[in-house]
Design a protein around this ligand. Structure first.
Ligand SMILES: [Zn+2]
Length: 284
């Protein structure tokens, strides 16, 4: 071995030793960090756990069912105007405001859905299909007045406000739970058969709408066999504007609006509300 070779070997082995040392050092540091992190995590858990337990016991003494209820009810629904969900478990917001546009025969629709609605009716007409509107926007104030008067009458009869509300709700539809209050729902019938019953599905109008309404932003809102989810029977006449993109996605995937926006099925929500009510009753 020449001197130069020896030097090289020495340098090489030195480098290797360095590398190993550095590696070990890093390994140790890494292991320490890991350990530290684990320890910190454990510490955090130790810190958090008693708090949660304390909170839970505090809640327990207050009202267990109420806590469960709010936790289960947590839904993150989209805020887009065209995707707003209104059903028996999701009443329309009290301050809901909408700019309406006349569509003839005393009917009105949300102005933002007007152009697509007109285009849809025109397109059907051009194919010899005549579609008529039998129900559209319904005034929420009117229904609220009716309902409130009913509540008042029960209160004057000696009912507590809560009980009066319950009684009134059985006689007058609870305001705000109909999608027609939005101005985005339409009941549509075909020229040859104008009744709102299941036979509507055999009409030219319905067949055309089932195939094309999504192209104009409308969906069949209460499809057959989805009552558990929508809370409403099959209605082959009730169409809802959700916008072009959502209508296409909903129709092609065969979804309900509830499923599309990630809301709980109405039947589930109602059962939960009943459970809560009976739980409240039992604490009296
Ligand atoms: Zn309707």
């Amino acid at each position: 071995m020449t001197r130069r070779q020896k030097k090289r070997l020495l340098a090489l082995s030195g480098g290797l030793t360095m590398a190993v040392c550095v590696g070990m050092l890093f390994g140790t540091v890494y292991a320490q960090t890991l350990e530290q992190e684990q320890q910190e995590e454990a510490a955090v858990q130790e810190l958090v756990l008693p708090d949660v337990l304390e909170e839970e016991t505090a809640q327990d003494t207050e009202n267990t069912t109420e806590k469960q209820g709010t936790e289960e009810e947590e839904e993150h629904l989209p805020e887009d105007w065209n995707l707003i969900l209104v059903n028996s478990t999701h009443p329309i917001p009290e301050d809901y405001q909408v700019e309406l546009k006349n569509i003839g025969s005393g009917h009105q629709i949300d102005a933002r859905a007007y152009d697509d609605f007109r285009a849809m009716i025109q397109a059907a007409k051009s194919e010899g299909v005549y579609i008529y509107v039998t129900s559209s926007y319904r005034d929420l104030d009117k229904q609220t007045d009716l309902y409130n008067k009913k509540v008042e009458s029960y209160v004057t009869q000696g009912y507590s406000y809560e009980n009066a509300k319950k009684q009134a709700g059985q006689v007058v539809a609870v305001p705000g739970t109909s999608e027609h209050h939005l101005g985005l729902a339409l009941d549509l019938v075909s020229s040859e058969y104008r009744r709102l019953d299941e036979k509507q599905e055999n009409t030219k109008g319905f067949k055309w709408l089932k195939e094309h309404s999504w192209e104009y932003g409308f969906i069949l809102r209460y499809p057959n066999g989805e009552t558990d989810i929508t809370g409403i029977i099959y209605e082959p006449w009730h169409f809802r504007y959700v916008g072009l993109e959502a209508a296409e996605e909903i129709t092609k995937a065969g979804l309900t609006l509830e499923e599309y926006v990630g809301a709980k099925p109405v039947s589930e929500g109602l059962a939960q509300m009943e459970k809560q009510e009976s739980a409240v009753k039992s604490t009296y």
